[in-house]
Design a protein around this ligand. Structure first.
Ligand SMILES: Nc1ncnc2c1ncn2[C@@H]1O[C@H](COP(=O)(O)OP(=O)(O)OP(=O)(O)O)[C@@H](O)[C@H]1O
Ligand SMILES: [Mg+2]
Length: 143
């Protein structure tokens, strides 16, 4: 599905649609890889996902801290983990952030920005979303 979002409201609606169809796995975490250039809307989309899942804390970009975790009271997921791999030198750094443990918990929903940086340790069955900057207010979101 390709969505042309003309403003933040439409990106929020797209996040809503995404959550509605979101399913968890039986034995592992749900990993959502967010592809797209700087400013294409990966963090913005994740902020709306967090809002819809009931996160009341402000969701800021994890660029400088790499990883942020938010507790959820949701039937499928108990934790939202927002990761920005942009500044990682190698996937080993992600492994050092307890990656194996995090991905083995089916109650975890992982939203991962810049998955290209850690491609070698990502499972094949992860979900992928592609963001493209069209103009100042327009983004294409391919789910
Ligand atoms: N239709 C739209 N959908 C999403 N964001 C939009 C839209 N129009 C404008 N924007 C703006 O684009 C910016 C997207 O920035 P965001 O931090 O989400 O990008 P990003 O993909 O996470 O970048 P980075 O790779 O640097 O982390 C925000 O400032 C947001 O307000
Ligand atoms: Mg971002």
């Amino acid at each position: 599905m390709i969505v042309t979002s003309k403003n933040l409201k439409e990106t929020e609606q797209c996040a809503d649609t995404f959550i509605r169809v979101l399913k968890s796995h039986e034995k592992q975490a749900t990993i959502v890889a967010l592809y797209g250039d700087l400013g294409s809307g990966k963090t913005t989309f994740t902020q709306y996902v967090a809002k819809k899942l009931g996160v009341t804390d402000t969701v800021t970009s994890p660029t400088f801290v790499i990883e942020k975790m938010y507790k959820l009271s949701h039937p499928l997921f108990s934790q939202l983990i927002h990761i920005d791999a942009y500044r990682l030198e190698s996937s080993t750094e992600l492994l050092n952030l307890n990656w194996q443990e995090i991905i083995s918990d089916p109650k975890n929903l992982i939203m991962l920005e810049w998955p290209e940086r850690v491609a070698d340790i990502l499972p094949d069955n992860m979900q992928k979303i592609y963001f493209t900057f069209t103009d100042e207010t327009t983004r294409e979101i391919k789910l």
